[in-house]
Every structure is written in structure tokens, then in C-alpha cells.
Design a protein around this ligand. Structure first.
Ligand code: ARG
Length: 575
């Protein structure tokens, strides 16, 4: 229910359309600083010139003019001039009826929009490196990207989830050389990442004493680039084994991809890029390498071909962007990659612009900060690198301890399943809690704080609501015909208004590419729901009011579930 729009239409109906249209009025609408001052405020300052009056006088005049329309409106109680503002007061019961009915009718679809219909958004995220650990930084891109994809999908965009795997480059020559010397296929199958990492590290140590190993590695990478069968099969073995391991994590996170076209996918698509750059006279020589230079002196040249003629990460990204445009004809091409790569993407997008691709403006780098561990309490099975899977497992274990010791745990049907949803959700929530550019400070105390701003806190509000609804059903209460206009109390009204703004929170998140807008929203919603739950004593209310409150509870649960889904967190019915 867009009540700002309704108020704007009333104002527009009493003003000259040359002075003010309904759309303009709606854009100007604000929220009064406190609820006693009404629910929507129209600032009269911009009309001062046209009306040749001071804003308070305009507000008073408008108030007079809208009085009949407001009296006849089903939605508004009254309008009042306060200073330079015309404030509108909602009829609480009417809003509750309108909003709660809509939520329960639409269910999971409540809050969706079709603003993105017919538009395509690519979201590239996660993109771990083959034979390297899936570390905690990769979880941030995974959480952010997956959430953004869900947010755009919710707004009606056609989305494509891309995992740009780091599966190409000179390091594979080293890995092959290492494997041929010390590799053990069975050990790799059993524990791919650790084994591959082990021989890779060994390669580096050995190469210090025997530099000829580096030449051997280069030769192997050359063979790989030339498509040598034996070497290609080895590479494939590494990729498959690593992917199997990564997929375990994706499964735990409930995340999937539409495309795994990684760097290797573009290995045969780079000669064309080099050709195009040459044709457009963009390549320049620099110390034997071929580079593209920029007018902006603060941006270093982008290397396209190294002095030995081989391509690099950047070349593959150019090929990837061009391929994506041709294949998907995207409206927006998003890269969710850590902020340290901001310059890289700036270079890539500028080169695309120089190549004459006007769609380079539709490419967006969505960066994020580092994860910091102030209390160093993580188990360090893997030395210094923090493995994502270890963190998730630890979170699940810790959650299990908490719920096993809680008084309500006897009601839980499957403790492992619940612990998994809460433990994984807690991590995802904490990563999407604040603006993405900020560093994430990782402490178990905050992440698993069931009473603070945390995933478990929000999940608990949901489970609490569900438990009341179950109780009502057990008692044979049929609240389907409840009179929602009875919901007029302060806590009910605030809750209804927040439920009403789910769609706005999602739009805001998409506009800024900031899932934290949704996290903020769902946290506020859980807090308001708890407040309502604590003050309104649902089951002890007089029957008509109780039934209306049950419906409101159901609507709140629908919105919490949807918002949590958008940040990748699953709900539990009991906890
Ligand atoms: N694999 C890279 C890393 O782990 C991230 C890839 C980012 N995406 C891209 N299109 N360059 O750092």
C-alpha cells in the first residue's frame, strides 16, 4: 500500500497541475520525525515561489483545501498543517486491513515488483581459485552475490549467476610439475584442496633451490595452452576434484550457479580481443609488453600481453565481458569481487569503453572489505588460512550447543537440521549486516548472540511467531475471518507500517547493490514483532482482537521469511 502516493494524489487534486503534479508531490513526500506528527509529510517549501507565500501559509491553505477529500478518504484520518508541512494521519485499522490482507493473499510473492521485467542482470560472484582454499573472503563474495541475485530476481529481473572460476594461468604449470613429481591421485581425490595445496607449496620451496623447475612449469603451462591431451586431462582432474569440494560448501549454503565459465573458458577467445585492440590502435609497447594506456594519469596502463606473449587475468576479463554481452545481451553486468581489485575493474571497464562498447557503462564492480578476526578463536586446522568450511562447521557446532542447552530444545524435531540452518544463517547474516565496503569484524560473540542483532535473533522471532500460530491451530481457533481494523494499537501500527515497506527496502538494496538494506529491514521487523508479541499478549487477548493479532503475526512471519530468503538465510519453524 503506497500511502504516500495516496496523499500526493489528494494534494495534486487541489492544486494546479502546472504548479504540482501527483508524481512531483509523491517524490517530495517525507516521513515526519515522530509518529505523533502523522505518517506522511508534504513539505511546502518548493511551492513558495509559485504560490508567492511563505511555506506555513501554503500548508494552512492546502490543509483547508484537502479537508473534504481527506474526510471522504478511507485511508486517512486527518491532515494538519505543522510549520511548512502538511501532515497526513493514517486510519490505523484501515491500513492494517489493507496491508495484512495483501500479505496473506500474496504470501511469498508479497513485496515483489515487476520493475525489472524484460531486463537482464548478470551477477558474477564467488569465483574461487582451483586447487586453492575456498577462504573466508570468498564467502563474502558468495554471500553478497547470491543475495544480490535473489534481490534482483525478486524485483522481476531475469538474472544469471556466474562463477568465474580461477582455473587458468601459469600456476597450473607449477601444479602439473609438482603433481608429476610428488602427486598421489588417491590422496587428491580424498582431500583435493589440501593435497593440491601441499604439493603446490612444496613446488615453491623446491624451486628456490632448483630454479629450473620454473622453466619446467612454464613449459607445462604452454602445453596446456596448446591443448596437449595428457596435460589437459591432468588439469581437468584438478578442476573436477576442486569443484567437488567447492560444491559441498555451496550445498551447505544453498547456493547454485547458472554458469561456471571461468578463466579457462576464455583461453581461446583472447586472440580476438588482441586483434580488436590492435585494429582500434589501442595497443602500445611498454618494456616488451603490449599495454593500453589511459588519459587519467592515476590509472596505470592495463597489460594485455606480457613480454613473452602470454595473456593475463585482465585479458581474460576483457574476453569474458565481450562474451557475456554477446551471449546474454545484459542490461547490467555485476562483478562481486573484493575492493582490492577495484583498480583492475576500473581498467577493464575503461578499456571496453575505449574499444567503443557503450555498454561498458553497464558493467559494475561491487566491492567489499576484509574480514578481520580480533579474537582469533577459530580452529586453525589449516594454519593461517581460514577455511570457509571450517567456519561453517564450527558455527553449526556452537549453535547446536546453544540449542541443546535451551529449554525449548525438546520441541525440535531434527536438531542437526535446525543447527545447520541457524549456524550457517548466522554467518551469512553477519556478513550482510553492514555496508559492504566496511571491514567485517568476525567474533563468535556477535555472530551467535541470540539476543543481539544477529541471524539467530531474527530466526527466533520467526519461530516464536510460528509457535503462536501452531498453538492457535491446536486450540481449534479459526482466525481466517478476523476483523483487521481492530489493529489500532501503537505497536500494531508500527509493525503494520514496517510490513508495508518490505518492497521499498528491497528496491533500496538493489539501487545501492547493498543487501544490508534488507538485513537492516528484517532486523527492525524482528524487533518490532518481538515488541508487539511482548506487549500485546496475543493468546490472552479478547477473541476478536486475538484473531486479528494472529493474522498480523502470520503476516509478519511471511515478511521475515521473505527478507531472510533474500539474504540467503533459511528459517526454522521451531528453535
Ligand atoms: N578468482 C579471483 C580471486 O579469487 C576472483 C575473480 C574475480 N572475477 C573476475 N572476473 N576477475 O581473487
Amino acid at each position: 500500500m503506497n500511502y504516500k502516493k495516496a496523499a500526493a494524489e489528494i494534494i495534486a487534486s487541489v492544486t494546479d497541475s502546472e504548479q504540482l503534479t501527483a508524481e512531483q508531490a509523491e517524490r517530495l513526500m517525507a516521513v515526519p520525525p515522530n509518529p505523533e506528527m502523522g505518517d506522511a509529510a508534504f513539505p511546502c517549501f518548493t511551492l513558495a515561489k509559485a504560490f508567492r507565500k511563505a511555506p506555513p501559509a501554503i500548508a494552512a491553505e492546502l490543509c483547508e483545501k484537502v479537508s473534504t477529500a481527506v474526510e471522504n478518504s478511507e485511508l486517512f484520518e486527518k491532515a494538519a498543517a505543522v510549520g511548512g508541512y502538511l501532515n497526513f494521519y493514517l486510519k490505523r485499522g484501515a491500513l492494517a486491513k489493507e496491508v495484512v490482507t495483501e500479505v496473506l493473499e500474496k504470501g511469498d510473492n508479497y513485496g515483489k515488483s515487476d520493475e525489472g521485467s524484460g531486463k537482464k542482470v548478470l551477477v558474477e560472484f564467488s569465483s574461487p581459485n582451483i586447487a586453492k582454499p575456498f577462504h573466508i573472503g570468498h564467502l563474502v563474495t558468495t554471500a553478497l552475490g547470491s543475495s544480490l541475485e535473489r534481490i534482483y530476481g525478486f524485483l522481476g529481473y531475469d538474472t544469471v549467476k556466474i562463477n568465474h572460476l580461477g582455473d587458468w594461468g601459469t600456476q597450473f604449470g607449477k601444479l602439473i610439475s609438482a603433481y608429476k613429481r610428488w602427486g598421489d591421485a588417491a590422496a587428491i581425490e580424498a582431500d583435493p584442496i589440501n593435497e593440491l595445496l601441499k604439493i603446490y607449496v612444496k613446488f615453491h620451496t623446491e624451486a628456490e633451490a632448483h630454479p629450473e623447475l620454473e622453466d619446467e612449469a612454464r613449459a607445462y603451462f604452454k602445453l596446456l595452452e596448446d591443448g596437449d591431451e595428457e596435460i589437459t586431462n591432468l588439469w581437468k582432474f584438478f578442476v573436477d576434484a576442486s569443484l567437488k569440494e567447492f560444491n559441498k560448501t555451496y550445498k551447505l549454503l544453498d547456493i547454485s550457479f547458472d554458469s561456471y565459465a571461468g578463466e579457462s573458458f576464455y583461453s581461446d577467445k583472447m586472440p580476438e580481443v588482441v586483434e580488436l585492440l590492435k585494429e582500434k590502435n589501442l595497443l602500445e609497447e611498454s618494456d616488451g609488453a603490449q599495454v593500453v594506456r589511459f588519459e587519467d594519469e592515476n590509472v596505470p596502463p592495463c597489460i594485455i600481453l606480457k613480454s613473452d606473449g602470454t595473456t593475463i587475468y585482465a585479458t581474460r576479463d576483457l574476453a569474458a565481458a565481450i562474451y557475456r554481452k554477446r551471449t546474454y545481451d545484459f542490461d547490467k553486468n555485476i562483478y562481486v569481487v573484493g575492493t582490492p581489485q577495484a583498480l583492475h575493474f576500473k581498467q577493464i571497464f575503461s578499456v571496453l569503453g575505449k574499444m567503443g562498447y557503450e555498454w561498458s557503462k553497464d558493467c559494475v564492480h561491487v566491492g567489499f572489505g576484509y574480514v578481520r578476526f580480533p579474537d582469533k578463536v577459530l580452529s586453525t586446522r589449516h594454519g593461517d588460512v581460514v577455511f570457509l568450511e571450517d567456519v561453517l562447521r564450527e558455527s553449526i557446532e556452537k549453535t547446536k550447543d546453544v540449542i541443546a542447552n535451551s529449554s525449548t530444545s525438546k520441541n525440535i524435531d531434527d536438531i542437526d537440521e535446525v543447527a545447520e540452518k541457524i549456524g550457517v544463517g548466522a554467518i551469512l547474516y553477519s556478513f550482510l549486516k553492514n555496508g559492504r565496503e566496511k571491514d567485517i569484524v568476525f567474533t563468535w560473540k556477535d555472530i551467535l548472540d541470540f539476543e543481539g542483532e544477529s541471524g539467530p535473533y531474527v530466526q527466533y522471532a520467526y519461530a516464536r511467531g510460528k509457535s503462536v500460530l501452531r498453538k492457535a491451530v491446536e486450540m481449534g481457533i479459526d482466525y481466517s475471518n478476523a476483523d483487521l481494523s481492530l489493529l489500532e494499537g501503537n505497536d500494531e501500527f508500527e509493525l503494520v507500517k514496517l510490513i508495508n515497506s518490505l518492497g521499498d527496502a528491497v528496491k533500496d538494496a538493489a539501487n545501492k547493490n547493498e543487501p544490508c538494506c534488507v538485513t537492516r529491514y528484517v532486523t527492525d521487523l524482528a524487533q518490532l514483532f518481538n515488541k508487539f508479541y511482548n506487549t500485546c499478549n496475543i493468546m490472552k487477548s479478547e477473541p476478536d482482537l486475538r484473531d486479528a493479532r494472529l493474522k498480523l503475526t502470520e503476516a509478519a512471519c511471511v515478511c521475515i521469511k521473505t527478507a531472510l530468503y533474500l539474504i540467503g538465510v533459511r528459517v526454522v519453524e521451531k528453535m
